[in-house]
Structure formats: structure tokens, C-alpha cells
Ligand binder design. Structure first.
Ligand code: ATP
Ligand code: MG
Length: 139
């Protein structure tokens, strides 16, 4: 039913649950592939070139660790594409979904910036509004 699945991963407890579920779904779906998106934000335009380079290499390492963690939670049964993005999260997720022809997005209801009280984080709200495919929101 779903062949090209996107997992949005920020390392939060919701994203971890989403990764486990992505593992279960891809185990059941024949010939599925998984894109894991990890968005590290934009480098501030005000910092100098040297600082920007430092920032990018630091974020690349941190993002790589998050992607490793997500892959481990998903399992090794499915082809995985790692998408480390340097744009805001929802924008990154929608860009990958549109360019890779994604047919299901799996995302947490909350994330690493979780404030008590809010039911759905700002990035998942944006993704739900802008996505052209079904979105599975993990509680
Ligand atoms: P907010 O960021 O609005 O303060 P929050 O952090 O609780 O609140 P979101 O950021 O919307 O909520 O997170 C919801 C889900 O969106 C996460 O569980 C994850 O699946 C996805 N997500 C959030 N940030 C990122 C990111 N940087 N990269 C990839 N996916 C992300
Ligand atoms: Mg957040």
C-alpha cells in the first residue's frame, strides 16, 4: 500500500516511537523504501564564513548521529535513504516528500522542543497542512 515512506526524525521520544512504527510498517509493506529526514536548520546569515563552516561541520556530525540512531530503531530490513537538511524542519520534510514522490509521512505529534500543554508541535502542524500525501502523526 505504501512504498515510499518518509520518517521525520529529531531524536525526541515521539520521533523514536515514529521510527519504531516506521520499522513495523516497512516490515509489512512489500518492496518499500524509507527516507529519514533530519533537519538541522539554516546557518544564521549574520555569522562569518569561518564560523558558518564550523557550524555546518558540527551540525553534519550531530545530524549524522541522529540518522544513525533512527536507522537503528527502524531496523535493517528496508532500504534507507538519509536526508540531512539545512533548512527548517517542515520545509525540509515537504521538500523531500515532493521531490522523492513520498506516499506516506510518519511524524511525531510533538518533538524535542515540547512545551507542556501543546498537543501538536508547530512543525507537525505545518507538515499536516502542506503535505500532498497521507500523514501519520504519532502520539
Ligand atoms: P515546536 O518545535 O513547535 O516548539 P515540538 O518540538 O514539540 O514543538 P515539532 O517540532 O512540531 O514539535 O515536532 C513534531 C515532530 O516533527 C517530531 O516528532 C519529528 O517527527 C518532526 N520534527 C521536528 N523537528 C524536526 C527536525 N529538526 N528534523 C526532522 N523532523 C523533525
Ligand atoms: Mg520542534
Amino acid at each position: 500500500m505504501f512504498q515510499r515512506i518518509l520518517l521525520a526524525y529529531d531524536g525526541s521520544e515521539w520521533a523514536k516511537r515514529a521510527a519504531l512504527l516506521a520499522g513495523e510498517i516497512t516490515r509489512k509493506e512489500k518492496e518499500s523504501e524509507l527516507w529519514i529526514v533530519c533537519a538541522m536548520g539554516n546557518v544564521a546569515s549574520t555569522v562569518g564564513e569561518a564560523l558558518a563552516e564550523q557550524w555546518i561541520s558540527h551540525q553534519t556530525i550531530e545530524g549524522g548521529k541522529l540518522l544513525d540512531e533512527a536507522e537503528e530503531l527502524v531496523g535493517t530490513h528496508v532500504p534507507i535513504h538519509r536526508e540531512l537538511m539545512f533548512r527548517p524542519p517542515a520545509e525540509s520534510i515537504i521538500e523531500v516528500a515532493d521531490t522523492r514522490g513520498i506516499d506516506l509521512i510518519i511524524i511525531g505529534s510533538r518533538g524535542s522542543g515540547a512545551l507542556a500543554g501543546l498537543l501538536v508541535g508547530s512543525q507537525s502542524q505545518k507538515v499536516i497542512s502542506l503535505a500532498k500525501c497521507p500523514v501519520m502523526v504519532i502520539k
